[in-house]
Design a protein around this ligand. Structure first.
Ligand code: SAH
Ligand code: SF4
Length: 424
């Protein structure tokens, strides 16, 4: 980070150390802490990581000695049907072989579950009637219900889906000529509380499971009758406070037995949960990362994004350097320009300082106006000035025009319109 900005930030917070090694060490130890106690970070954020679908804390613990016969199956034996997609490959294989089925059935069933979006066991027409009946008796197969759908003039479609327990989340499909880009939610609501965000205003209801995140993609794909070409976890919720489930969904989207989308076309967007950015940088797939920055001035960012106050800008900057070192990939910074708040000359100077000399791309977003909000979008002219200035400092920048402006495009708006301010 350039010296001017370092000084500027030091004035705001005299506790910030400027020693790069010390900061990198601090970030690493933050990471180690969360490795020791992975639930802590999520709990700190007022959230429970719903975890990978296979080890969901919502399942009872299992004292069974068979490794494949886990909590989910024990729960089933306690007479409750288990959602079949909550079983991983080994668990499904175990369940089917104990029913006397050959191993290739697993592949057939997985294709129905993860590619063909079967909505009931009766859809699985290449299985015998007897097996379909047995599966029905043993397992549940839930699909989200469509609560509301809005279609934009630009072709994008926004859906509000209701999951089995009644919680709701939004997702969006954005087609171009022959490509379908999608945006899915990772939580019902969000605990971070960004003041310009409709989702943040409503608070967190619960994290979505891995398959609830994934099945939004199947739902959109079915509705468009087009293959998904790219996906962003940029709908409602903070993916890095629901790490395992979000990564599970990305891996399934990437997998040949899922959607088969290239990892570089799969993006996670985060408000900046630093230890999990480091963790993310060690995932073996080349997923991409977007960080919602919105201001490079500490006091402004703290005001706009109160839930990430404890990760200051200096730490964010150093974490991103570690991310780039580990992955060699260029992260994107999301910056929604808000009139009179983060579009001033001082904010622009801080943004240039934050990004100059680093591998970064700045996405300047048009703020979507949300109900009862005092915030207004910046003028097009001002946004262009930001782009030009950033470029002068050698920073790549573009203005992203949000799609579906006529269909409550801002994250969380559709849900709020349908359910009001209730937490669902
Ligand atoms: N929690 C994650 C991902 C979901 S929010 C995150 O914050 O990155 C997805 C993006 O929408 C974020 O960049 C967020 O800052 C942005 N966003 C939220 N409300 C907005 C609004 N009213 N106008 C424009 N962008 C908004
Ligand atoms: Fe949560 Fe992202 Fe909205 Fe902030 S912008 S409240 S982190 S969903």
């Amino acid at each position: 980070m350039r010296e001017a900005h370092r000084r500027h930030m030091n004035n705001q917070d005299s506790k910030i150390k400027v020693d790069r090694t010390a900061i990198a060490d601090e970030v690493r130890s933050l990471y180690k802490e969360t490795q020791k106690n992975p639930q802590q970070l999520a709990l700190d954020a007022g959230n429970e990581d719903s975890s990978n679908i296979h080890t969901s804390t919502r399942q009872p613990s299992c004292s069974c000695i068979n490794a494949a016969h886990t909590a989910a199956l024990c729960k089933q034996e306690a007479s409750q049907k288990v959602e079949i997609r909550s079983l991983n490959h080994d668990q499904l294989t175990y369940a089917l072989t104990s029913m006397g089925e050959p191993a290739f059935r697993v592949k057939q069933i997985e294709a129905w579950l993860w590619q063909k979006n079967a909505r009931s066991f009766d859809d699985m027409t290449n299985l015998s009637k007897k097996l379909r009946l047995q599966l029905k008796e043993k397992f549940a197969l839930y699909s989200p219900a469509l609560v509301s759908k809005q279609v934009s003039q630009d072709g994008s479609r926004k859906y509000l889906l209701r999951f089995q327990d009644g919680v709701m989340a939004e997702c969006v499909g954005m087609p171009t000529k022959n490509k379908l880009a999608i945006c899915v939610s990772t939580q019902a609501g969000c605990a971070i509380g960004c003041v310009f965000c409709a989702t943040g205003k409503a608070g967190l209801t619960r994290s979505l499971t891995g398959y609830e995140i994934y099945e939004q993609a199947l739902f959109i794909q079915d509705d468009f009758q087009m293959r998904v070409a790219s996906a962003v976890l940029m709908g409602q919720g903070e993916p890095l406070t629901n790490y395992n489930a979000s990564i599970f969904a990305l891996k399934m989207m990437n997998s040949a037995s899922g959607l088969g989308v290239g990892a570089r076309h799969l993006t996670i967007s985060t408000c900046g949960i630093l230890p999990n950015i480091i963790k993310f940088s060690h995932e073996k797939e080349q997923f991409t990362l977007a960080v919602s920055l919105h201001s490079a001035v500490q006091s402004t960012r703290d005001y706009l994004m109160p839930g990430v106050k404890r990760f200051n800008l200096q730490h964010l900057h150093d974490t991103m350097n570690l991310y780039v070192e580990a992955t060699g990939r260029r992260p994107t910074y999301e910056y929604a320009l808000i009139k009179g708040v983060n579009d001033t000359d001082e904010e622009l100077a801080a943004l240039c300082d934050f990004c100059a000399g680093t591998l970064a791309h700045v996405n300047l977003i048009q703020l979507n106006k949300i109900d009862d909000s005092p915030f207004l979008p910046t003028s097009e002219k001002r946004a262009e000035h930001f782009v030009k200035t950033l470029k002068r400092f050698g920073v790549e920048a573009t203005i992203r025009h949000s799609r579906g402006a006529d269909i409550d495009a801002a994250c969380g708006q559709l849900k709020q319109k349908v359910v009001g301010k209730k937490r669902i």
